[in-house]
Design a protein around this ligand. Structure first.
Ligand code: NAG
Ligand code: NAG
Ligand code: NAG
Length: 192
């Protein structure tokens, strides 16, 4: 089982805390293209055994002037997975264009309940802002996926990476394991 990797999204150019993306300051950026052709040639693409993920930053779409949207395009091979992660600033609307089926799910913040389902081609799922989610291609053909985010800077934290950035004693305590076990897990995790 392999993991697809996400590239860094555009960093937010302000230290001011906001609860939403800012309003546009101009109609569009005249220097940007209207159409993004051949998306895997133009977006930030990362490849692995599990698939290809292309992240399209606002600057690729002529929305540099704060249009408050971004997209992602994924190709995930059979058994490939987009590992559990969060986007702190955006809800994700994910559409399975072809292939799959795709198992998608998130954990809610009430009692940590898993809500998951299978997407067939042309099905859409909503992954709420800030909630940990994942997707896995459980079919025999490459899953072709398109996602829209309601922020030009959704942010990304891969959950396993975030957890293991904490002090080892904290991780060990949280998992009720010895530091030795934590160290072993940390060392043997797949790179993302
Ligand atoms: C996409 O990439 C190709 C090759 O690098 C480039 O010629 C073309 O201008 C790019 N298109 C857009 C819309 O950015
Ligand atoms: C994938 O292929 C296997 C083996 O041929 C088959 O049993 C299974 O039903 C297929 N799965 C899907 C989702 O088509
Ligand atoms: C896990 O490994 C990373 C990378 O080597 C390291 O930065 C981090 O401190 C480790 N975490 C724990 C809990 O040992």
């Amino acid at each position: 089982m392999m993991v697809v990797m996400m590239a860094a999204l555009l960093s937010y150019p302000s230290s001011i805390v906001r609860c939403a993306d800012p309003d546009p300051l101009q109609d569009f950026d005249v220097a940007s293209s209207l159409v993004l052709r051949n998306i895997f040639a133009n977006a930030t693409v990362s490849k692995s055994d599990g698939g290809v993920r292309a992240i399209v930053e606002p600057k690729h779409l002529g929305v540099q002037s704060h249009q408050g949207v971004s997209i992602a395009r994924y190709l995930i091979e059979p058994c490939g997975m987009d590992p559990p992660h969060t986007h702190p600033r955006a809800t994700e609307l994910i559409t399975l264009l072809a292939g799959g089926p795709l198992l998608v799910g998130f954990v809610d913040s009430s009692i940590g309940q898993l809500r998951s389902s299978f997407l067939q081609a042309n099905d859409v799922a909503m992954l709420p802002r800030g909630l940990m989610h994942f997707m896995q291609n459980i079919g025999n053909t490459t899953a072709s996926i398109f996602s829209v985010f309601n922020s030009q800077n959704p942010g990304l934290l891969v959950s396993s990476v975030g957890l293991f950035r904490l002090p080892i004693e904290v991780v060990a305590g949280a998992m009720n394991q010895s530091p030795k076990v934590v160290k072993h897990i940390n060392k043997t995790m797949l790179p993302i």
